[in-house]
Design a protein around this ligand. Structure first.
Ligand code: PEP
Ligand code: MN
Length: 277
């Protein structure tokens, strides 16, 4: 087995690189920068349900200030009996929404074998459950695609950063970290949002740090307050699940906010940004 020497400073650490990493996503005409002084707003449905649905929600979130459209096609569900996503067809529908709206798109990969399907996806998401899928991280390290890496439910911040290090050490510096809540004894929320992780990660790493209050709380009424808290705490952006009929959503309806609630939130975020910037 090959062993690599641990460097004195991790490549993802602030000690290694003092300046913030800024990642450009999307084609030149519609490029979005993530990191540094920029604040990225990513929104869209938990899962792509149909082409019509992802295009409709894509247009709505764009109008309300989203800069990147999210939509899961391969869904890592806790139960094997839950809806597993529209898979390859779902990714095609998301790419149709990309063409229609001009927004770059992010979608989750759950297996290395899916990599060729993601050629036109602008940001590849590694979900919480795969944060420690080291073979997947190594494969993504060999690409130059921006990767949105979500924190594992029981990952410490050093664990989280070491997972990012796998991708960066493999040759891909384009990693965005996403805090999405951790598992604690509290059961009133789906996970426990770790707001302290945001300023801590900003100190520990030069990589962009965004927050996902949808999965962190699991409750639509908590999404806006937690998104504002993450903004005030210095996040480089947020990712929000938006659905126009949350009660009918195939996945995560209880934590999805509507396009009009999302529009109100983006306005409040820009006000918070004016104070903390
Ligand atoms: C998601 O963003 O769709 C998702 C499954 O999130 P997480 O990996 O944080 O559970
Ligand atoms: Mn979801």
């Amino acid at each position: 087995m090959q062993e690599n020497k641990t460097p004195d400073k991790l490549l993802v650490s602030r000690e290694y690189r003092a300046e913030d990493t800024v990642i450009t996503v999307g084609e030149a005409s519609a490029a979005v920068q993530i990191g540094g002084d920029r604040f990225v707003i990513i929104a869209g449905p938990c899962t792509v349900e149909s082409q019509e649905m992802v295009c409709r929600i894509g247009e709505a979130v764009k109008k309300a200030g989203a800069m990147v459209l999210r939509g899961g096609a391969f869904k890592p569900r806790t139960s094997p009996y839950s809806f597993q996503g529209k898979e390859e067809e779902g990714l095609q529908w998301l790419l149709e929404a990309k063409n229609l709206t001009g927004l770059p798109v992010v979608s989750e990969i759950t297996s290395i074998s899916q990599l060729p399907l993601f050629a036109e996806v602008d940001i590849i998401q590694v979900g919480s459950r795969n944060m420690q899928n080291y073979e997947l991280l190594k494969a993504l390290g060999k690409t130059d695609k921006p990767v949105l890496l979500k924190r594992g439910v029981s990952a410490s911040l050093p664990d989280f950063l070491l997972s990012a290090e796998y991708i960066v050490a493999g040759g891909n510096p384009n990693v965005i970290l996403c805090e999405r809540g951790i598992r604690t004894f509290e059961r009133e929320t789906r996970n426990t949002p770790d707001i302290a992780a945001i300023p801590l990660l900003r100190q520990m790493t030069h990589l962009p740090v965004i927050s996902d209050p949808s999965h962190a709380t699991g409750l639509s009424e908590l999404v806006a307050p937690l998104a504002l808290a993450a903004t005030a705490a210095g996040a480089n952006g947020i990712m929000i699940e938006v659905h126009d009929h949350p009660a009918a959503a195939l996945c995560d309806g209880r934590q999805s906010i509507t396009p009009s609630e999302f529009a109100l939130l983006t306005e409040k975020i820009s006000n918070i940004r004016k104070i903390v910037q």
